[in-house]
Design a protein around this ligand. Structure first.
Ligand code: DQA
Length: 150
């Protein structure tokens, strides 16, 4: 049974609600709902729970990260473009003090130079990028391992 001690909060930032129609040559054809379903299946197999959210608003993401210690034991985050700009998200992640796994659908290092820098990475246990939706499953596996290892 999933409870706070084995719930993984999966946060998605701006424009990820547009997956499926957004630049499919970069992000693929799966929608965010497809990715959520993928994560739910993976989580069941791993014996962890998920709380899957998306927001276009930086402040809402900060609020959710601030609340994370009360509802989750780890955070998976694809902060979208805020990855490359947001000191506020970095500060919130550091304050939450939970294991963080950063995910990107695309290989950000193969893209424009401004995408090569991530503020989030400084608070992350690890980063998975370039594997599309499968990266979320990999991140869940990593989170489950971190939680099992205590
Ligand atoms: C992204 C990469 C970011 O550079 C971009 O702004 C996104 C999506 C990814 O999943 O590949 O919105 O985080």
């Amino acid at each position: 049974m999933a409870d706070m001690v084995n719930t993984v909060l999966i946060l998605n930032g701006p424009n990820l609600n547009m997956l499926g129609t957004r630049e499919p040559e970069i992000y693929g054809s799966q929608t965010l709902a497809d990715i959520e379903a993928l994560c739910a299946g993976q989580a069941e197999g791993l014996g962890v729970g998920i709380d899957f959210r998306q927001s276009n608003a930086e402040g809402e993401l900060v609020d959710w990260i601030q609340g994370a210690p009360d509802c989750a034991a780890a955070i998976i985050i694809n902060a979208g473009a805020y990855t490359h700009t947001s000191v506020a998200l970095l500060d919130a992640l550091r304050t939450a003090n939970l294991p963080v796994i950063e995910v990107h659908l695309s290989n950000i290092f193969q893209r424009e130079k401004f995408r090569h820098e991530s503020y989030i990475s400084q608070a992350a246990a690890g980063v998975i990028c370039g594997f599309g939706a499968h990266g979320y499953e990999m991140a869940l596996q990593a989170a489950a391992r971190i939680l099992a290892d205590g």
